[in-house]
Design a binder for this molecule. Sequence first.
Ligand code: C2E
Ligand code: MG
Ligand code: MG
Length: 260
Amino acid sequence: MLECALRRAIDSHELVLHYQPKVDLENGAIVGAEAFLRWRHPERGIILPGQFVPIAEVCGSIIPIGRWVLREACRQARAWQDAGIGVRMAINVSPPELRDRDFVHWVRMILNETGLDPPDLEIELREAVLMHDSQFALDVLNALKDVGVQLALDDFGTGYSSLSHLKRFPIDILKIDQTFVSELHTDPGTNSFVNAVIGMGKNLGMQVVAEGVESREQLTCLQELACPQGQGFYLSEPLTAAEFTRLCRRKQVQRASSVV
Ligand code: C2E
Ligand code: MG
Ligand code: MG
């Protein structure tokens, strides 16, 4: 039933993106947005990606859905930039999307169509993508780097984390998984681990982002460890485009009044 309903979801405008701010932990500025897919089902209400993305991956509808996400996120990022809200946009991409032979072509085409500068698009991949057929993955990632987009490794530190991935693949951004962030305040071993990951990312010339920051204490720990960027419910929940715009405008006003 979900599979059939998913096929209609794009045409019936039931899919929507919510945007979580990515924050510079040194000065509190919003530097980016990560787009999260939501399905506004006519009977079931809002359905989160965990409940339908795995089905879409198996039945193939993740390909048209992924193209919709790419286009909508790029369009929104460009619209924000045109309105004076300069943010980079991150989207999540599943393994079957990356394996689609037209993926790089679509990325290039949609960037052209929407006028978004390639470095302002970040493509988030899970490490499983790199495991499956690593030569193929390497070729796709190199082709994406030729287009000029940024590549992020999502949920770093879980699953099949391998340091050789960081050396071999052209990764620009390391996203520390929320399971580590959630233990920061309570487990000293986790602090050492996160500290090491931040140092390693910086030494490799990568941007480092902590995911799932849920409390003041976790934020303080991350700031003490000089983690450059973070996102999470404590900083802001994922927001509708209109809410995101309002939040950025409020911050702009606060900044302007603090200068005066
Ligand atoms: P992810 O990319 O690692 O995203 C982080 C998830 O954690 C999101 O859940 C986000 O809403 C949630 N989150 C954010 N801050 C916090 C926090 O402080 N605490 C906790 N506990 N959670 C937080 P969501 O939106 O349900 O997405 C789950 C996963 O689904 C994502 O993990 C991503 O892998 C996938 N996904 C989301 N949108 C898309 C999409 O457009 N396409 C594809 N292929 N996958 C997507
Ligand atoms: Mg992500
Ligand atoms: Mg993640």
